[in-house]
Write a protein that binds this ligand. Sequence first.
Ligand SMILES: Cc1cc2nc3c(=O)[nH]c(=O)nc-3n(C[C@H](O)[C@H](O)[C@H](O)COP(=O)(O)OP(=O)(O)OC[C@H]3O[C@@H](n4cnc5c(N)ncnc54)[C@H](O)[C@@H]3O)c2cc1C
Length: 388
Amino acid sequence: MNNKKFDAIVVGAGPAGSSAARRLCQLNRTVLLIDQAKFPREKACGGGLTGNVEKFLDFDISSVIETKVTSTLCVFRGKILKRLEPKGLNVSMIRRPKFDHLLAMKAKEAGAVFAENARLNKIMKSNGRYLVETTAGNFESSSVIGADGALSPTARVVGLRNKMKLGIAMEAEVLPRKEMLEKWQKLAIFDFGVVPKGYGWVFPKQNSFSIGVGTVENKFPDARKHLDDLIRRHECVRNPNGISIRSAPLPYWEKMQPLAENGVFLVGDAGGLVDPLSGEGISYAIRSGKTASEFINEFLNGVLNSDHGYTEEIERTIARNFEFAGKLASIFFRYPVAAYILGVRSKIVNDIFARLISGKIDYSILYEEIRSSLPGRAYRLLKPILSI
Ligand SMILES: Cc1cc2nc3c(=O)[nH]c(=O)nc-3n(C[C@H](O)[C@H](O)[C@H](O)COP(=O)(O)OP(=O)(O)OC[C@H]3O[C@@H](n4cnc5c(N)ncnc54)[C@H](O)[C@@H]3O)c2cc1C
């Protein structure tokens, strides 16, 4: 690599980092995008994309979509509820190696220099510039984007997001018996009421299923047991031809913390931008990556308070929605039976949920529907949790 000086160095080439790098290049900035992995790389993930993702991407991703689901099935404590086929459901399934590789190539196509096998070691500041030390060499920039995932080394090095709330998810990629794919490929299954403060899922892919369990708790000692139980409960993944298991932390959003300081900006999981109810993070990674780029552009133009502006913008566009999701999560995870009666079993709530995951509405609508359907006594009991 000849040029070692850039306007911005983006650490991490997941959806957040690649989206940020692409947008900065479109704004005529010079960008180095580094990742410790060699791409395509694996990443523990269900690979479910809500309709929000396509809103924030400026290119076609149909080449990496494995399947589009047309129906959802909710299961509560082993009891199978009605299969729903909501009109206009817009949920796609991807596999992360291919999806993330495409996004990184789109950043490269826009002009970013992409360095793989480049692990961040240190960030130092000297004369207002950042010196970034990696296993692939040392580089210099005026700004840094921390897009390096849930444990974000960038956040730690610069002292941002000291209080990280981490949940845990365990996921298996299952190679099923052939007939199971044909039967179950258009269906997303959500399994509630068993995993403590969390849920299980079964998401179809072209040749496999992603099945997993996630919790907002920071310890999940029985994860493997819950995963095995889930596999036993669902016909499509029972007696598979192959299985590979991985787990990873999930940085659920809890409260707003500063996400930028002096030209260092945190995006995606590094910024803790994971939906506290569903665990969705990909669309927020892409959105925050693009938003950060706009603010970094301002920062590089000399607008000095742009880092504060970024945190406020994330609060307005993402975290406000997470507040509603967090309130619902505190009821659903604390009172699973109430969640079943008010949410999982209700046709209206299910329809709203389908619109939510299709990216047509945000959590405030679902929240209002559930709140207004509460009987008087239950509302009085839950009022302290529900108030926003
Ligand atoms: C089991 C599981 C299931 C999930 N299912 C879904 C789902 O179905 N739908 C959904 O929307 N979200 C899901 N999520 C959340 C989603 O995976 C994340 O929110 C998303 O990956 C965030 O993207 P990101 O770009 O911020 O970080 P990541 O995708 O984690 O990318 C971070 C990158 O940084 C790199 N990196 C880390 N440290 C360094 C370093 N020191 N130097 C250089 N590079 C570094 C990593 O190699 C990685 O490529 C799931 C998460 C888990 C754990």
